[in-house]
Write a protein that binds this ligand. Structure first.
Ligand code: S5P
Length: 482
């Protein structure tokens, strides 16, 4: 009986346009071939009642004293359940009101009351978790969440790992089977959704307590782990070296030596060497840069214990970047430990660079976000970079970014656009302070160019940046950001 009601309900939801096929960007930035928009159900009161009834029948417990719908679509469903079953309801606001009682939760409740969560669709499970977190902070007991549709993208296992029992009325696969069986979709559409589900099931949740949960396994967020502990989690030898250098020299400063001559570069490298973990170059800015310069640069890097980072931003097909990296006038692969690369070409750019590196200890940093005004690095692009990195940890060391694009402690985040004062230059560069870069934007390493190279006393200025950035890192791992 329930099977028929469910099938009819799914067909009706399809008829009114709740299920859409095409190309959709989800809240997380993920691109999906299917979208489930249950919001419109408020325009179909009878169908809303059926959905609410199907969800209520799935409740695992017997004595809930409250129901709570996750904003927004969970709220009207929970309202119907509350009304029909005579169970009081609470609502958790998305933002605290700036006036009145400033309450996060509306409705009357008492500590230790058991509350059933109601949500329309889960992807990672983060919306459910955020709501549960607030209710639990107020002393309510929340163990069970009924969702109408589980998109099977890791949300259920993430929530289970965080102690929430998640019960879907239907999974995306089951929904697609019903639509296929009744001829509402063809086999190709069915297959494309199945493929999507199989390849996009590794979503994650980061909790307020900074525990993140990925693939159903709890892990502490990158930002809260010490460089020391990350030495053992990363599998890239250059990341391990960088962590060790940063700890030994107490510096997470990378200087961008964007100068015009080899002499200026070598002189900066020697003066600033004791205070940096990395020296970033754009050797194509110099007219006189030769392989002799690289020899001297390598000696200075040895002498002061820092790594060399050529910011070439490789961004072509694998075959081309492999030749650009190993050949040309600069033979970058022979002297630069790290290079930057754009993720735009896809995996080929990393594989091309890695093939040219052969067995030398080399790595790349993917440009995930840029510091310039109007950068086109959308959420989808950022997520794509993370997936590329996760699949190429043998070569990708981390990301150039402006926010905490990854909670994965194996990756190092490099943040440029840093000066002692928040400001802009005349060509779209935007600056934040070293403290903001580390504490608010999640940088592990700050990249500073003109703030140091054009200072009247570059060494003294580098020391100021070094102290500010490293103490912000120490504060962060000590729990200072919460
Ligand atoms: O988004 C970015 C990425 C990079 S690598 N924004 C940046 O500014 N960079 C580089 O960082 C840029 O090419 C330059 O070498 C350095 C910033 O220099 P500054 O003088 O503005 O501090």
């Amino acid at each position: 009986m329930e099977g028929n009601v469910l099938e009819e309900c799914v067909l009706e939801l399809f008829r009114i346009g709740v299920v859409k096929f095409g190309s959709f960007t989800l809240k997380s930035g993920m691109q999906s071939p299917v979208y489930f928009d249950l919001r419109i159900i408020i325009s179909f009161p009878k169908l809303l009642e059926t959905v609410a009834q199907l969800m209520w029948e799935k409740r695992p417990g017997t004595d809930y004293q409250l129901v709570c719908g996750v904003a927004y679509t969970g709220i009207p469903i929970a309202t119907v359940i509350s009304n029909k079953q005579d169970v009081p309801m609470v609502i958790r606001r998305k933002e605290t009101k700036g006036y009145g009682t400033k309450k996060m939760v509306e409705g009357i409740y008492e500590k230790n009351q058991e509350c059933l969560m109601i949500e329309d669709v889960i992807v990672s499970g983060s919306s459910v978790y955020e709501t549960v977190e607030t209710l639990v902070e107020l002393g309510l007991e929340v163990k069970d969440a009924v969702v109408f549709l589980d998109r099977e993208q890791g949300g259920a296992s993430n929530l289970t790992a965080l102690g929430i029992n998640i019960i879907p009325v239907i999974t995306l696969t089951e929904l697609m089977e019903i639509l296929l069986k009744h001829g509402r979709v063809n086999q190709d559409t069915y297959n494309s959704v199945k493929e999507f589900v199989a390849s996009h099931n590794d979503t994650s949740i980061v909790t307020k307590a900074k525990i993140s949960c990925k693939n159903g396994i709890k892990v502490t967020d990158r930002k809260d782990q010490t460089f020391e502990s990350r030495i053992s989690t990363t599998n890239h030898p250059l990341s391990r070296r960088l962590f060790k250098i940063m700890l030994r020299k107490k510096t997470n400063l990378c200087v961008a030596a964007d100068v015009a001559t080899s002499q200026q570069l070598l002189s900066l490298a020697d003066q600033l060497g004791p205070h940096i973990c990395l020296l970033k170059t754009h050797v194509d800015l110099m007219s006189d840069f030769t392989l002799d310069t690289t020899q001297e640069l390598k000696e200075l890097a040895e002498k002061h214990n820092f790594l060399l980072f050529e910011d070439r931003k490789f961004g072509d097909i694998g075959n081309t970047v492999a030749k650009q990296y190993s050949g040309g006038a600069h033979k970058v692969v022979e002297w630069a430990h790290l290079v930057t690369a754009h993720a735009l070409p896809g995996p080929g750019v990393i594989e091309g660079l890695a093939s040219a590196a052969q067995d030398q200890e080399r790595g790349c940093v993917l440009v995930s976000q840029m510091s310039s005004v109007g950068a086109l690095t959308s959420n989808e692009y950022v997520n794509g970079c993370s997936r590329l990195a996760e699949n190429h940890t043998y070569f990708v060391v981390g990301f150039v970014s402006q926010s905490s694009v990854s909670g994965d402690s194996r990756f190092i985040l490099f943040t440029p656009g840093v000066q002692l004062e928040k400001s802009v230059d005349g060509l779209g560069q935007q600056y934040v302070t070293p403290r903001a870069a580390v504490l608010e934007r999640g940088a592990d390493i700050i990249i500073v160019g003109r703030g140091i190279t054009q200072a009247s006393d570059p060494v003294a200025t580098a020391i100021t940046y070094k102290h500010q950035a490293f103490s912000a890192y120490e504060e962060r791992v000590a729990g200072g950001t919460s």
